[in-house]
Design a protein around this ligand. Structure first.
Ligand code: ATP
Length: 236
């Protein structure tokens, strides 16, 4: 059974439609990317799944429940951990307080129960910075904290909107490595990231969006075998 199943999802900003019937599904333990150029609807898809943008049509099923247009906190509690675009960590809380703020006793899909100490082992840089305020962190440290904060909710599905945008190459590589570790532990992930080579290595399947529609989907092997898909939908 699918962990997440999105069917015919439509959404609009005021009178302007942004999604025209998105279909996508994620199985437990699977890593899926949302690909596409800027403005094609990736963030809107994620925000509509989370209940942050209203669906005007279609359905979002998560863990067997219809969560279409449910309040975001309920969707989060059911087990979706979002790392939002721009990270949105709490700037006036310390690293440690940011992590404690989202802690939950409910186990994740893979049975993991994240603790602050585990997050520090996962991202040692955060341990070094634990007393620093969110606002004092570098972009890379903020992204590690945003991921750590999402993990503290023990998510069944982790969603990253722009996993490594604007980060230095070494930090990007570290984040991709950590995501691969999470995948090996059975964590299901939906990830948006423009670095196609890294995504081909990390993900099982890819969903390509153009103008608010799914224009292609397939496995890493299928995407590698057909470079015209990347040329057509990702390159300028
Ligand atoms: P990016 O990588 O630039 O974030 P994206 O693929 O995530 O791109 P979206 O941000 O989902 O794309 O945008 C999809 C469409 O919705 C675009 O036409 C965009 O201009 C429009 N849009 C996005 N956010 C808003 C908003 N808050 N109000 C009005 N229109 C919006």
């Amino acid at each position: 059974m699918s962990l997440l199943s999105v069917s015919g999802l439509q959404a609009a900003y005021g009178a302007a439609p942004a999604l025209f019937g998105i279909d996508l599904s994620i199985a437990p333990g699977e890593v899926v990317t949302l690909l596409g150029r800027n403005g094609m609807g990736k963030t809107t898809t994620v925000r509509t799944i989370m209940g942050l943008v209203a669906a005007t049509s279609g359905q979002v099923m998560f863990r067997g429940k219809d969560v279409t247009n449910a309040p975001p906190y309920k969707i989060a509690r059911l087990g979706i951990g979002l790392v939002p675009e721009g990270r949105q960590i709490f700037p006036t809380l310390s690293v440690e307080e940011n992590l404690i703020a989202t802690a939950t006793a409910r186990p994740s899909g893979s049975g993991t129960r994240w603790t602050v100490e585990q997050v520090y082992r996962f991202f040692p840089r955060l341990a070094e910075r634990k007393k620093n305020l969110g606002a004092q962190l570098s972009g890379g440290e903020q992204q590690m904290l945003a991921i750590g904060r999402a993990l503290m909710t023990n998510p069944h599905l982790l969603i990253l909107d722009e996993a490594t945008e604007g980060l230095a190459p070494l930090v990007r590589a570290e984040i991709w490595e950590r995501l691969l570790e999470l995948k090996k532990d059975g964590q299901a992930i939906l990830v948006i990231d423009k670095n196609i080579d890294a995504m081909l290595k990390l993900a099982d399947r890819h969903v390509m969006l153009a103008s608010g529609q799914v224009v292609w989907s397939g496995t890493s092997a299928e995407l590698t075998a057909d470079p015209t898909v990347i040329d057509r939908y990702l390159h300028l």
